[in-house]
Design a protein around this ligand. Structure first.
Ligand code: MLZ
Length: 458
C-alpha cells in the first residue's frame, strides 16, 4: 500500500513514534492551509485512498493524526496495525467515501483479503453505514488556501538584514507556500550570477511591507544603490510591480491618542538578534500607525542602527515585570545581575517610566500549543530554513521553540500566531525543503545560558 516514505526525505511518522511526542494540531496554526476546516478531520474518519502500487482505490480509516499526516488502516485489517501507512492528507490521493462511485473509479478489495472476507460488499456496507468521512470540498479548500497574492517581480519593503533599523526595497523572486524569497534591489550578483543578498519571510511576516510604508510611518529606508545592476537576474526581467497594502495582513489598529508609548519608556522586548532572549529595553522613537522603534538597554551601539521596529500589537514587546511574573529569565543590561536587579530600582536610577501595561497585546488567546509538541518552524536567524522543532515553553501567547538536534542557544521566542510556524507535513504539501534534526538530541531539561552574545543578524 501507499507512498514511498523516502520520497519525502525526513520521515515525521517514525520520528514521532520513536520520540513518543505529539505534533501540534493543524487547528493551532491560523495562517496554515485548512486550519479552519480541521475541526472536521479526526481519528475514526473513513476515506477512499489510492494504492499507488495497484492504482486502485480502497477504504481506510484514520487511526492517528499528526499535523497534516494521517496514519491510515485499510478496511479489512481490523486490529492488525502491521500495514498501517502514513499519508499526508494535503497531498495524498484521498477522498470522501462515495467519491470513487461518483468518479467512475473502482473500489477494489485488496488481494490479501480475498481469503477471509467472502462477501465483501455486505462487509463494506456494514462498516460504512454511518461512517464519518472527509468534507466533499476538502481539496478545493486546500487549493484555495494555497493561493498567494504575490509572484515574481513584485516589489516590497523589507527589513535590511545588514542594518535592522531600516528597510530596503526588494523584489519577490520565488514564492513557496506563501513564503517569499526576496532579493534586495541592490543586493548584488556574484561572478556566476548568484544572488549575494536575499531574505526569506512569509507574506504575512511583520518584517515585510507594501511599497511606500517606510515613508508613511516614518521608518528609515536604505536608498537603493543605482550602481548595482541586478538586471541579469530573472526576477528583475519582469515588469516590476509595486505591492499594495491589500496584499498584506491587516494589523490590529491601535489608537495612539495622547497616552501612547513615549520615547524613553521602558519595557521588556525579545532581542531581534537573539530571539531566545527577552531583554530590558527602551522605546527609542514613536512612528506613525502604532509602530515604535525599540533599543536593547546597555548594548546599543549609539547611532540608532540597531533599533528595531515593533508594532504596538506585537507579541515581542512586553510590559515591565512580565518575565518575573511568568518565571522567564530576563536578560539584563551588562553590569546588572539577577540577585540585585529590580525594575523599581532600575526605573528610579535611570529616571524613566515603565510603558503602561494596557498598551501591550498580552491577551491570552488559548492557542492550544503545549510543551513537547512538534512542528515545522522557520529559524528566524536564517529564515530560509524551515526546521524540525519542538515547543519548549508556552508563556501567554509566546512559544519558546527548540530546534531538534541544535543547542539551546538556537531556541527562539515566537508568537503563537506567527506565520513562520507550520504544522507537521506543511513542507511536504508546499514543496518547501524541511531541515531534519542534526545529530543526537541533547538531554532534555537544560536551561538556556543567559548570555548577551549577539548572533549574526539573520
Ligand atoms: N550556519 C548555521 C546554521 C544554523 C541553522 C540552525 N537551525 C536551527 C550554523 O551552523 O551555525
Amino acid at each position: 500500500f501507499g507512498q514511498d516514505a523516502t520520497l519525502a526525505g525526513f520521515d515525521w511518522g517514525s520520528y514521532l513514534e520513536k520520540s513518543g511526542l505529539l505534533a501540534a494540531p493543524v487547528s493551532c496554526f491560523r495562517h496554515a492551509p485548512l486550519c479552519a476546516q480541521w475541526d472536521d478531520i479526526y481519528v475514526g474518519l473513513k476515506v477512499e485512498v489510492l494504492n499507488t502500487h495497484t492504482a486502485l482505490y480502497w477504504i481506510a480509516t484514520v487511526v492517528q493524526l499528526t499535523g497534516y499526516k494521517a496514519l491510515l488502516r485499510h478496511e479489512g485489517f481490523e486490529d492488525d496495525d502491521s500495514h498501517d501507512l502514513w499519508c499526508n492528507l494535503g497531498t495524498a490521493d484521498v477522498h470522501p467515501i462515495g467519491w470513487s462511485a461518483l468518479n467512475n473509479k473502482l473500489l477494489v478489495l485488496p488481494q490479501e483479503f480475498h481469503q477471509h472476507i467472502k462477501d465483501w460488499k455486505s462487509y463494506l456496507m456494514k462498516r460504512l453505514v454511518g461512517a464519518h468521512t472527509l468534507p466533499v470540498d476538502f481539496h478545493v479548500k486546500m487549493a484555495d488556501s494555497l493561493r498567494c497574492p504575490f509572484r515574481q517581480g513584485f516589489r516590497v519593503e523589507v527589513v535590511d538584514r545588514s542594518q535592522v533599523s531600516r528597510t530596503h526595497l526588494a523584489v519577490v523572486d520565488t514564492v513557496i507556500g506563501g513564503r517569499l524569497r526576496l532579493l534586495y534591489e541592490d543586493g548584488g550578483l556574484g561572478p556566476s550570477g548568484e544572488v549575494l543578498s536575499d531574505f526569506w519571510c512569509h507574506m504575512q511576516s511583520p518584517l515585510v511591507h507594501p511599497v511606500g510604508w517606510s515613508e508613511r510611518v516614518g521608518h528609515s529606508i536604505k536608498k537603493t544603490d543605482e550602481n548595482v545592476n541586478m538586471g541579469s537576474h530573472p526576477a528583475f526581467h519582469k515588469v516590476l510591480q509595486n505591492s499594495v497594502p491589500d496584499q498584506f495582513k491587516k494589523l490590529r489598529t491601535v489608537y495612539m491618542g495622547n497616552t501612547f508609548f513615549e520615547e524613553g519608556m521602558k519595557l521588556e522586548a525579545v532581542d531581534p538578534l537573539n530571539l531566545g532572549n527577552i531583554c530590558v529595553a527602551s522605546v527609542r522613537k514613536v512612528l506613525l500607525d502604532g509602530y515604535i522603534m525599540v533599543g536593547i538597554d546597555g548594548v546599543e551601539i549609539g547611532d540608532g542602527s540597531d533599533w528595531f521596529c515593533y508594532h504596538a500589537s506585537s507579541h515581542a514587546i512586553l510590559p515591565v515585570g512580565y518575565c518575573e511574573s511568568n518565571d522567564v529569565s530576563l536578560t539584563l543590561p551588562p553590569g546588572y545581575n539577577h540577585t540585585t536587579f529590580t525594575w523599581t530600582k532600575y526605573l528610579e536610577e535611570t529616571g524613566t517610566l515603565a510603558a503602561p501595561r494596557r498598551l501591550f497585546n498580552t491577551d491570552d488567546i488559548g492557542h492550544g500549543f503545549t510543551p513537547g509538541m512538534k512542528l515545522e518552524a522557520v529559524d528566524l536567524m536564517e529564515p530560509r530554513l524551515v526546521c524540525v522543532a519542538t515547543v519548549r515553553r508556552c508563556v501567554g501567547r509566546l512559544l519558546l521553540l527548540h530546534f531538534d538536534g541544535w543547542g539551546p542557544e538556537f531556541d527562539q521566542w515566537v508568537d503563537c500566531q506567527s506565520p513562520e510556524i507550520y504544522p507537521v507535513g506543511w513542507c511536504e504539501i508546499t514543496g518547501y525543503q524541511l531541515q531534519p534534526p542534526i545529530g543526537p538530541e541533547p538531554p532534555q531539561g537544560q536551561e538556556r545560558p543567559n548570555t548577551s552574545k549577539k548572533a549574526k543578524p539573520f
